[in-house]
Ligand binder design. Sequence first.
Ligand SMILES: Cc1ncc(COP(=O)(O)O)c(C=O)c1O
Length: 377
Amino acid sequence: MNVPVIDPFHAISISALAHRLASEGRSIIHMEFGQPSTGAPKHAIERAQHVLETDPMGYWESQPLKARIARHYRESYGVPVTPEQIILSNGASPAFVLALTTLFNPGDRIALARPGYVAYRNALKALHMVPVEIPCGIEERFQLTADAIAALDPVPEGLIIASPANPTGTILSDPELRAIADLCQARGIRIISDEIYHGLSYTEPAHSVLEYDREALVVNSFSKYFSMAPWRLGWLVVPPDKIAAARARMGNLFLTPAALSQHAGLVAFDCAEELNGHVETYRRNRDLLLTALPEFGLTRIAPPDGAFYIYADIGHLTDDSLTFCERLLRDTGVATAPGIDFDPVDGHRFMRFSFAVSTDRVEEAIRHLRPWFARQG
Ligand SMILES: Cc1ncc(COP(=O)(O)O)c(C=O)c1O
């Protein structure tokens, strides 16, 4: 078996250029990564400071945190989940590796939407699994449909869903999510649902796949709603018959998440007021961009229901989104992500704006972008 070739994350090269320009004295607005600029909630930081001063810490798996996450599933989705079904991990990224290796074998075919989060495709390849990308256009609001999955021949072993999704922020409607779950159960397709953007919704709250499929594996994290990406804390929900297999993989591949982060994460669950304030900031940012982008001629967009992204068709301006984003950054100081990160086929004519920054920064970005786009085309 050959060692698989894994694509780089091109937004990292945009970010490196942005930091180089900043070191030369340029003012840069970072809209290239999906990373809240707000920092961890205040009370979570206070808790971490107290723990640092009083507890030497060690390898640790927080039972109170597992119980708190299980309670979240009962309260938010009406789904009974036990603390034992929660596998704590160092973010959604390792949780995703745990999920894939718990369910699938090398050679298994796993369906997913294109465009989609860059790591899905590359993690599958790294694990010698076969990504089966389903093209999802603006007509489907870049989301999977049960019909598109039903049309796959041969039937894949697995399916990855993400709602709200990266790079588009679109949510699977409740009936469509249910139809997908029903179809997969009928055909023996195992679902991994990436629910990392739950809590960040501007239209309706996203439903968990667990409401319709108790056999699905759910990936989640403290990186987005909880604004704790650098704390590297996340979790995986597994059905009871997969607990032993998933725990064995976690213990051998990653051991435990950072003890300090687990202490802080537990407190973060009680910081709704501060965290919901961030959601209101993102809502304002979203509204500003949804007004501005069409004025710039970027009319082919699907308004995001959640997350903090807008995926825009720039096909009338370029067929090379990486060069386009680099030029945009050099000319305006606004860093964005090229579509090729999310879609190797059509992504050369798309770009992604992340609006997980302050509203002031979004307003400033719009001021820089308006004359620049007016000069294009
Ligand atoms: C859809 C999606 N899943 C997973 C991740 C990885 O998250 P984490 O920081 O928890 O590893 C990201 C990060 O941007 C993401 O957008």
